[in-house]
Design a protein around this ligand. Structure first.
Ligand code: GLN
Length: 487
């Protein structure tokens, strides 16, 4: 099964395309057929346009025929989380609010993928407006975990992770505000990376919490994640928080940076609530690095215990402000039975937003309201600074940190009805968002249930080349990347 085209890596497929052993149309057809065969089980897609994908693939083949190859992504079908704008394609954020919205323009990352020749393939399901950790908050459908269809794929980028895992896209993009790339990557047994805040443009990404949101790749391997990151990273005049960093050749660096590295084990990430099988898998990964001659040091991030609280104040505050644009007037859902303007705002928002989104808007509005601003929002921002300082201090001694990505493997659909229980899933991923740091999750084994386990590495700001190389070293020495779900 692993020989199937749709489970191949970008690296190997681009070689086969270059050798003309394979055409992009053939590859795209294989991915479309696979999607059609398993989508009724996985439910990863909000929409797809097979005809449009095949036209893009034909254009790629024509370019290749003319000797004009745009790079390793040329002709490769890539899926996008349904919060990333593609011109003239639906863009729903898995919300009733945007059920009929068609984007008039491309996100910068979409433009970049198009420039790299990628075949833009399908809009992938998520928790409504990226708020959640299981994709169960989607107003569209519930995506399942390809390894066990009674389990969640993680979230909020559950569709992006499940589609790659199930062979319905060769790679994909998601967004990560508090873990939404890394956690579903861990649950679905694929690689997922959140870049440093500012490395990738957010222009054309539906905003959730603007000071935390970053777009990043899902792929089968670290090398493929490096190829994807290469095409989307870089300064963008349309995003005022994008950073003018010089972008190394991430893929080439993988074979050049061989360590040994100094790696930190944050003790706060190995405490209560950590599943023993996850702990064991991560301990084995740590042992691997030790055998490679890496110096392994215990470090402390003492403010970790405040991460969730700070995150759920800051993220909801920013969300309440970002989501005020959905007023039923400019675009999005408009209630049909409103009496006057105020009633229209009220009813349009009441009908358009789901429960979790409303909860966050209310929480966010509360923490920003006069009288509470200093007590909650301002204090959370101060705590955020302390959390960042913990990481910066740790990086005086080590190059990167090793942690589990999530405390447990994927849980059952419907198992976490209490919103607080769901918020706790993000305990190991949120710190990197609050501190703006790059993080990657890669497979590091399986639980006895057969579900995949994810290893998280958190790196120094804009040191993605190092982070990818550290991850690549582990991946190359293990066979996890050759396992695929049997669906
Ligand atoms: N699960 C977190 C939340 O619900 C993170 C979501 C995300 O990263 N988009 O906010």
């Amino acid at each position: 099964m692993a020989d199937e085209l749709y489970f191949q890596t970008i690296a190997s497929l681009s070689d086969r395309l270059a050798e003309k052993e394979l055409s992009s149309v053939e590859l795209t057809k294989a991915v479309i057929a696979r999607t059609q065969a398993v989508e009724s089980q996985v439910d990863a897609f909000n929409s797809f346009d097979a005809e449009d994908a095949l036209a893009q693939a034909a254009a790629s083949d024509a370019r290749r025929e003319a000797g004009e190859i745009l790079g390793p992504l040329d002709g490769i079908p890539v899926g996008l989380k349904d919060v990333i704008a593609v011109e003239n394609q639906p863009l729903t954020a898995s919300s009733k609010m945007l059920a009929d919205f068609v984007s008039p323009y491309d996100a910068t990352v979409t433009q970049n993928l198009k420039k790299a020749g990628a075949v833009i393939w399908g809009r992938l399901n998520l928790d409504e407006f990226a708020m959640g950790s299981s994709t169960e908050n989607s107003a569209t459908k519930k995506t399942t975990n390809p390894w066990d269809r009674t389990c969640v794929p993680g979230g909020s980028s559950g569709g992006s992770a499940a589609a790659v895992s199930a062979g319905q896209a060769i790679a994909s993009l998601g967004s990560d505000t508090g873990g939404s790339i890394r956690q579903p990557a861990a649950f679905c047994g694929v690689v997922g990376m959140k870049p440093t805040y500012g490395l990738v443009s957010r222009y054309g990404l539906i905003a959730f919490a603007s000071s935390l949101d970053q777009i990043g790749p899902f792929a089968h391997t670290v090398e493929d994640a490096a190829i994807m990151l290469q095409s989307i990273a870089g300064y963008d005049v349309k995003d005022s928080t994008s950073y003018r960093a010089s972008i190394p050749d991430y893929r080439a660096e993988l074979s050049q940076r061989k360590g040994p590295w100094k790696l930190g084990i944050p003790q706060e990430y190995f405490g209560e609530g950590l599943d023993p099988e996850v702990n064991e898998a991560v301990e084995k990964a740590i042992a691997y690095y030790r055998e490679q001659g890496c110096e392994i040091k215990e470090v402390s991030l003492p403010h970790t215990k405040y991460c969730l609280d700070a995150y759920y104040v800051i993220a909801t505050a920013e969300a309440s402000s970002n989501l005020s644009r959905y007023d039923g007037i400019r675009y999005g859902h408009r209630s049909k039975d409103a009496k006057d303007v105020e009633d229209m705002y009220f009813k349009s928002r009441g009908e358009g937003f789901g429960e979790e989104v409303k909860r966050r808007i209310m929480l966010g509005t509360y923490v920003l309201s006069s009288g509470y601003y200093d007590a909650y929002y301002l204090r959370a921002q101060k705590v955020r600074t302390l959390i960042r300082q913990d990481f910066i201090k740790a990086y005086e001694e080590v190059d990167a940190l090793i942690t589990p990505t999530a405390p447990t493997p994927a849980f059952k659909l419907g198992a976490k009805v209490d919103p607080l229980a769901l918020y706790l899933c993000d305990i190991y991923t949120i710190g990197a968002n609050l501190a703006g740091l790059p993080g990657i999750s890669l497979p590091c084994g399986f639980a006895s249930s057969g579900l995949p386990i994810g290893l998280q590495l958190i790196g120094q700001p804009f040191e993605e080349a190092n982070l990818l190389s550290i991850a690549h070293s582990y991946e190359q020495a293990h066979e996890w990347r050759n396992s695929h779900p049997h669906i």
